[in-house]
Design a protein around this ligand. Structure first.
Ligand code: PLP
Length: 286
């Protein structure tokens, strides 16, 4: 059952209401996180909390809760939902200010929203490689902050959909940044390559997890810029996000990548990924 926590109150998500003066609504003045829940536990919880703290710090909102308080709140949300496999969505905005002003209001309490909604565990059989198109990355210069204003990501995604693709791979100054909703990896001659962290892309938790898995398995991996030409010439391409885990790309701009299916390196990473999820379960049982 989906559940929402809004500023101290537990409700059905469709019942939850915010003020028209909430700065999240008026200005897109807030940040968010999407966390995966497997077997009633948040996967990579500490990493998500660390990114949340960084996002709040970057937009100058004092964290309304400590990490321990967040953890208690999330545990209660999961318990109330009763869901085994779900997404936990967290949004923190600057709060409610009756005067519409770019200047930050003083002494305002942030708005805190947490929802848990059921999401089936990803099955290998349901993973159909994406057909992608490249597009100029015209988003603002702070893609590293997980802000709620996703207008540019939405525009780019919908342009790609209207053109018959699944999503867009974004290019800034001739280099790949990410997709509209995920980070990106390529494989060339057995080497996994992903763009380095910068202000132009989200520092994805799934990206970081995959890098850790690859390094532990001694798979060669480089964090470095990827040119448009390298992208076109890649043996494998995959995207990564909380919702997609590691997801293969079969085609870019009409050109088939590899054999158009998930490649062998993607398969190894996906296997490691699934094992790392199960490890969370066995660790909890101990
Ligand atoms: N890049 C963008 C633009 C995203 O919106 C997301 C996820 O929403 C990601 C990357 C992947 O981040 P994560 O792995 O933390 O879900």
């Amino acid at each position: 059952m989906a559940i929402a926590y809004l500023n101290g109150e537990w409700q059905a998500p469709e019942e939850a209401k915010i003020s028209i003066f909430d700065r999240g609504f008026m200005f897109g003045d807030g940040v968010y996180e999407v966390m995966p829940i497997y077997w009633q536990q948040v996967f990579t919880l500490d990493e998500h909390l660390m990114r949340l703290r960084r996002s709040l710090d970057e937009i100058r909102i004092t964290p309304p809760f400590s990490d321990d308080e967040w953890k208690k709140l999330f545990a209660e949300a999961i318990e109330r939902s009763g869901e085994e496999t779900a997404f936990l969505y967290l949004q923190v905005t600057r709060g409610i200010a009756a005067t519409r002003d770019h200047a930050y209001p003083v002494g305002v309490k942030p708005t805190v929203l947490v929802t848990v909604t059921a999401a089936p565990m990803l099955e290998r059989e349901s993973v159909v490689p994406y057909r992608m198109v490249t597009k100029a990355d015209f988003r603002w210069g702070r893609g590293d902050i997980k802000v709620v204003s996703l207008i540019a990501n939405g525009l780019l995604k919908n342009e790609a959909l209207d053109e018959g693709f699944d999503d867009a791979i974004l290019i800034r100054d001739g280099l790949v940044t990410e997709s509209t909703l995920s980070n990106l990896f390529i494989v060339k001659d057995g080497i996994i390559i992903t763009p380095p962290e910068s202000r132009y892309l989200l520092h994805g938790i799934t990206r970081e997890h995959i890098i850790g898995l690859a390094r532990s398995a001694n798979l060669p991996l480089e964090e470095r810029s990827i040119s448009e030409e390298e992208l076109a010439d890649a043996d494998e391409i995959w995207i990564s996000s909380t919702e997609h885990e590691a997801w293969p790309v079969g085609e870019v701009n009409g050109k088939i990548i590899g054999n158009g299916e998930g490649g062998v390196v993607w398969q190894s990473i996906d296997t490691l990924f699934q094992e790392s999820k199960k490890k969370m379960l066995t660790d909890a049982e101990r």
